[in-house]
Design a protein around this ligand. Sequence first.
Ligand code: ARG
Length: 486
Amino acid sequence: MKTKKHHLLIWVLLCLTLLVSSIAIAPQQETAAAPKTDAKLTAIKKRGYMVLGVSADYPPYEFHKTINGEDKVVGFDIDLARQVAKDIGVELRIKELGFDSLLGSLKTGKVDMIVSAMTPTPEREKEVAFSQPYLTVAQKVIVRKGEENKYRSVMAFKGQKVGVQKQTTQEQTAKDELSGAKVVSLEKVTDLILNLQQKKLNAVVVEAPVANAYVQTNKALTLANVKFTNADYGCAVAVAKGAPAYLANVNKTIKTVQKNGQFAKWQKTANTLMFSKQNFWQAYGSYFLKGTGITIVLTILGVFFGSLLGTLLALMKRAKNKLIKGIAVVYIQYFRGTPLLVQVFMIYFGTQVIHLNVSAFASAALALSLNSGAYVSEVIRSGIQSVAKGQSEAARSLGLSSKQTMRLVVLPQAVKTILPALGNEFISLLKESAIVSVIGVGELMFQTSVVQGSSFKPFLPLVIASLIYFALTLILSLVLRVFEKN
Ligand code: ARG
């Protein structure tokens, strides 16, 4: 009897300890699964804003629209991103990039999240973390109207040029499923549509909502009746790896807006916005103005700092000290021997790698200046070399010092050859500045592609941009001619 009581007591005690310990352990386990915060989330909250990376060429997900005379990036992806920021309690800032630059920007910390109709793929999941999908859509093929009967199955694309956006899942789908097609990858969806209209491409693969948007706004295009076997893609929000609390916040927002019907409302709004008619100039004139302004400022900065740097390099190259000379030679060789496009990316992403947060505009101005410095130095050097040797020999024999010879005899003559060549350099700098649109600097070329996207007119904006560039270079050469005469 005694032992029985004993047993009972031990049992009760055992159960009690189990209960107590499970209560004590439970909250700990919960924090381990989804911590309240993490370094990334804390950093964002402290900063007070978060940066959204987006490729705004994808109506109705994300696109440009003029609202009350102001250029805005809109679409249901943007609404979702804004809600995520709101739920975290910070402001949203939008950073536009090419779709193929988004992952790099997220990994280097240039942006805090991507909401850009991005599909979680195994390759991407190695690099970044994805939320739960907020939308699942099919893939469609756009073709020119009247040719839809030619393309009734995946086999019909054999030998045909099929366009896709660079670095997207469509790229893979087209390669895997449209057997024998020649797949062409371009940076922007607007470029794909333009190429299709002009018969440079025979078909374009994009997500169904985007395909419908372009077909409905463009009478020359229609959808081909093609079924892919493996092409229902989910779209999800991407954030950096190793931030579980931050990701949990994003997931919670997605869940809520889907449940309460908010997401469906955003989709409707995006569709209405997309098709609301506007007068072209009223809607887009300001884009070209703004773009032209930024192009001019970038060129002026590039010319100014490029000339300073170029003069310095030219002097260094004439130096007796081998090291100084060597630095100049290598610098010039490097900046003239690699594409400006690569230099722009290197500066923009490279500064982030060494933990300097340089804005896209500053990176662009820096890249243009560094690049132009190399060319200017060569212009100056060849100008000095063009002055006949006899000139400085004569000056020296008349008793002038080498500095005086340079200043009084060689340079004044060299300027005659330097000026026109320098003028050419400035003109090419103005044109080359178009390249920096890849990192999202809002100069003329960037604005042009924005207008292409939101107006659904792929060609007209290009004509306007080319006329503006033409006018700018014309004015510049006229100004330079006045200088050369004096
Ligand atoms: N869903 C596709 C992908 O993840 C295409 C997304 C393109 N998005 C864009 N904003 N252009 O590859």
